[in-house]
Design a protein around this ligand. Structure first.
Ligand SMILES: [Ca+2]
Length: 155
């Protein structure tokens, strides 16, 4: 073997040894830090309620009517009451074009659940393990995007 080939081989070996280690793949992101439903669900004396409807009005994010919708348009609404709070979800559809309200806005997607309001209120104050007004079931999916906002095991 000639000296040039040995030199190139040694340089290659040196550079590969000095190369930074491959960066590890990022850890899988979890949707939630919890492994089970938050402590406010399944206990306590209060019960959640929900109501879904199709309404000919426009709403703000809090569920207040802000005006009428054009003909053929309807706002599909889902209201969920938890302790003294309300979650409001909505989507405007065009019934004239054959659109219908999505299943995720049906009241059946927020079935009645027992709630411990003291624990609910404490989590609202501390945001621990999450802010229930943003993510009621603490599964990592915000209420506005969660198809099952009261079910930790379904998003
Ligand atoms: Ca959620």
């Amino acid at each position: 073997m000639n000296r040039t080939l040995i030199f190139v081989w040694l340089i290659t070996l040196f550079l590969s040894a000095c190369a930074p280690a491959a960066t590890p793949a990022p850890a899988a992101t979890t949707l939630s830090t919890l492994e089970s439903p938050p402590s406010w669900f399944g206990a306590g004396t209060s019960t959640t309620r929900s109501l879904s409807a199709g309404e000919p009005y426009a709403f703000d994010e809090a569920g207040n009517i802000t005006g009428d919708l054009p003909k053929d348009q309807v706002t599909c609404t889902l209201r969920i009451w938890i302790c003294d709070d309300k979650i409001f979800k909505q989507k405007v559809i065009n019934q004239g074009a054959g659109e219908r309200c999505p299943d995720s806005l049906q009241f059946s997607h927020a079935p009645q659940t027992k709630v411990d309001c003291a624990k609910w209120d404490e989590a609202k104050r501390t945001k621990d393990p999450c802010d229930p007004l943003v993510d009621a079931d603490c599964d990592g999916v915000t209420n506005d995007l969660d198809e099952w906002p009261l079910d930790f095991y379904r998003q």
